[in-house]
Design a protein around this ligand. Structure first.
Ligand code: ADP
Ligand code: SF4
Length: 704
């Protein structure tokens, strides 16, 4: 029996949450409760169909009454290579989708498919077809592809309707219960037809609201006629493009919804483009969409679902009670905790792993790699590695474990090993658990990140076999004296202050008397001197931008220098870049792109141009170098140096995990902690065998 089996039988939830467990009728199908996993991308798509099927299955197991796919490209004339989504181009795609449906049905949930024709969002780099949209316009991608979409004529429109219908029939064959008409997020041709921003047509598909919704109406009617007896047909629509009257705006979209009020079986309402609908906690609070979606329910008798990174249970219940939503939609909260509904149902609030709104999950899609999550390190590993967010196999030996360092890596290892049933000692140098998360959560906009520590601390309180010691900065001598056989060193990392990062691989010239700081200094409370501060960001994730923001808030005159073209450039993958740059500009930070700090003197910094190598000197009372981190690996190194003493001390293994091994994101650290816990006492894979499962493309016979 696994250590955590048997958990979850309590049903002492407050009565006020009962409303969340009422069934909801959606056309011809019924959802068993109000928890609805809306479509979300995951970077697995057509490349990793079985891994994806298992990931969705775990959501169903966790109690989500409806579990949807990501967007599914339904015809080869519209695809968004290099992004990896699901495809339903012909019958050969059906088995992969059926596998997912089966996994969802296994747990009594409904399976939804979001059929998408990206139109002018896809440059069709794979199929090499000419993209189509309502107007002659450059394709709208993130990369300014030098490709234009052509204006669809009436025959094109008839064709796309035909293709949609063929996909609808295939989706039904695959077993789906809900088949979407997708008109949201500016990510598909239906949205483009709705919005005057893209639709300048003068035929019956352009101009008036009635004309612009015509295609959405036709497609919805055709879908309902084809499968409406057994499948529900939701429409997903953006309630506002946040562009004023130049784009879709609330009143206009409400008119559109009013005109089609009860035609679909459900309205799935979203806000603007994806980057606005899934804003990080740094830029939007829980429920930021509420003012926009409030009111939709008055326009229809059909159920309404919407998202808002909801993890507060009282708020969810009140949204239903107030008549804002019928179903609580979630992408990110369902990723961070696939068992959120079950835990609410059983009143196990202390076990909820709340999403921190960091959008590392989104970066999976943007980097075309399997989705990962800061809070849920088992995400996408359900099949690849056999990990489960709630279950872990029992201990396979009675040998205790010492974990040194209570940051995300150490905490995750401790709680997962505790659940396996091992005797665990967790030693932390400080007086609190959380490591880097505690410090970073104090920075502007990052307070929600403390949930990484909170969830794990709460789990530890339920594990009598894990003992935590504070004020315990351990030396190698200490560790040897304990005689605990297995040791994981999770002592973290420190920001370096010598300029080494992506651009400089050697320390830069820093003159005596120069005032130079790293984020570690700033987070420890040592603030840069003087008013003119240069922040050199050669890390490119959030820290450089956050430092600039913090110092601007303190009244410093901040110049932000980056070798990249824009601030915090990697945050394009978390859809934050635009918001970060906007905030820095609004706070008066001056941004110098394509420049690197190459030398620092007292009162000045020398910058090199990335293209010409030309040097300019600017005044700087102090410089904050946000470039890279160095592992705090002294303990690990000392222990390795004393390997000959291990046997006498009863030590079998010493492993460095998380930032102590190689600094990376917090998601990497929780993953590293989980991996250590999962692999303890496991047989390592045989030589030549991969540590994860994968699928490879089927080869067709050579016909030449
Ligand atoms: P990670 O992200 O890999 O978990 P963190 O930097 O967040 O790393 O956490 C490292 C934790 O380890 C910090 O809380 C720090 O106080 C603690 N720590 C560092 N060195 C020692 C040590 N020698 N003994 C015990 N704890 C340590
Ligand atoms: Fe939430 Fe971050 Fe996990 Fe995404 S990666 S689900 S935003 S905690």
């Amino acid at each position: 029996m696994s250590a955590s089996e048997g958990q979850g039988s309590r049903t002492d939830r407050p009565v006020r949450h009962d409303i969340l467990f009422e069934p909801v009728k959606i056309g011809p199908v019924t959802a068993r409760n109000r928890f609805y996993q809306v479509p979300h991308c995951n970077g697995m798509g057509y490349r990793d169909p079985t891994a994806l099927a298992h990931m969705r299955g775990v959501k169903a197991e966790g109690g989500w009454a409806v579990v949807c796919t990501e967007q599914v490209e339904f015809h080869h004339t519209s695809e968004i290579t290099p992004f990896i989504e699901l495809r339903l181009w012909d019958d050969r795609d059906i088995p992969a989708l059926s596998r997912m449906v089966d996994k969802i049905h296994e747990h009594g949930s409904l399976a939804g498919i979001e059929l998408a024709y990206n139109g002018m969002n896809g440059p069709n780099l794979y199929s090499r077809e000419v993209p189509m949209g309502p107007a002659h316009l450059p394709v709208a991608t993130f990369t300014y592809d030098p490709v234009q979409a052509r204006r669809m004529d009436l025959e094109d429109i008839r064709n796309v309707r035909k293709w949609h219908l063929a996909a609808v029939r295939r989706a039904k064959t695959a077993g789906f219960d809900l088949i979407y008409v997708y008109a949201a997020h500016a990510l598909g041709f239906l949205h483009h037809f709705l919005s005057r921003r893209y639709n300048d047509r003068v035929d019956e598909y352009g101009g008036s609201i009635e004309n612009r919704i015509r295609l959405m109406r036709e497609i919805t009617e055709e879908t309902k006629d084809a499968v409406g007896d057994t499948c529900a047909v939701p429409i997903r629509i953006s309630v506002d493009e946040l562009l004023g009257e130049g784009g879709l705006y609330k009143e206009e979209v409400e008119d559109m919804i009013g005109l089609m009020a009860d035609l679909p079986d459900l309205w799935d309402v979203t806000l603007a483009g994806w980057e606005n609908d899934s804003r990080t906690s740094r830029f939007a609070e829980e429920g930021a969409q509420e003012p926009f979606i409030d009111g939709v329910k008055r326009l229809t008798t059909k159920p309404v679902v919407g998202v808002g990174r909801y993890t507060s249970v009282d708020r969810m219940a009140s949204l239903v009670r107030k008549g804002v939503l019928d179903m609580i939609g979630a992408a990110r909260p369902s990723i961070a905790d696939p068992f959120l509904p079950k835990k609410i149902e059983e009143g196990r609030f202390e076990d909820i792993r709340e999403c921190i709104g960091c959008n590392i999950c989104v970066s999976g899609d943007f980097t075309m790699s399997p989705i990962r999550c800061t809070q849920n390190p088992t995400m996408a590993e359900e099949w690849r590695k056999g990990w489960h967010p709630e279950r872990i196999r029992g201990a396979e030996s009675d040998k205790p474990v010492l974990i040194v360092g209570g940051g995300p890596a150490g905490l995750e290892a401790a709680q997962a090993l505790g659940k396996r049933g091992y005797a665990v000692t967790l030693a932390e140098a400080g007086t609190e658990l959380g490591g880097r998360v505690l410090q970073e959560a104090k920075l502007p906009g990052l307070s929600v990140w403390v949930r990484v520590a909170d969830y794990r601390k709460m789990q530890l309180t339920q594990l009598p076999n894990v003992e935590t010691y504070f004020d315990s900065r351990l030396s190698a001598e200490d560790v040897l004296s304990f005689g605990i056989p297995r040791i994981a060193v999770a002592t973290g990392a420190t920001w370096r202050a010598d300029g080494v990062g992506h651009y400089h691989t050697q320390p830069i010239e820093i003159e005596e008397g120069a005032a130079v700081y790293s984020p570690s200094h700033v987070m420890a409370g040592t603030m840069p001197e003087g008013g003119r501060v240069v922040v050199f960001d050669d890390d490119h994730y959030y820290m450089g931008g956050v430092m600039a923001e913090l110092l601007a808030d303190k009244g410093c005159d901040v110049t932000y220098v980056t070798p990249a073209s824009e601030a915090s450039t990697w945050t394009r993958a978390t859809m934050e870049q635009h918001f970060i740059q906007k905030r820095l500009i609004e706070k008066g930070v001056s941004i110098l792109s394509f420049k690197a700090v190459v030398a620092i003197g007292p009162g000045n910094a020398s910058l090199a141009c990335m293209f010409t190598d030309r040097i300019e000197e600017i005044a700087a009372d102090s410089v904050v170098l946000v470039t890279a981190r160095l592992p705090d690996e002294a303990l690990y190194r000392d222990l390795k140096a004393r390997e000959t003493d291990w046997a006498d001390a009863g030590i079998e293994s010493v492993v460095a995990i998380g930032d102590c091994l190689a600094p990376a994101t917090i998601a990497h650290a929780t993953y590293a902690g989980r991996r250590y816990a999962e692999e303890l006492d496991a047989e390592p894979p045989a030589e030549g065998v991969l540590p994860f499962k994968r699928e490879i493309t089927e080869l067709l016979p050579l016909t030449e």
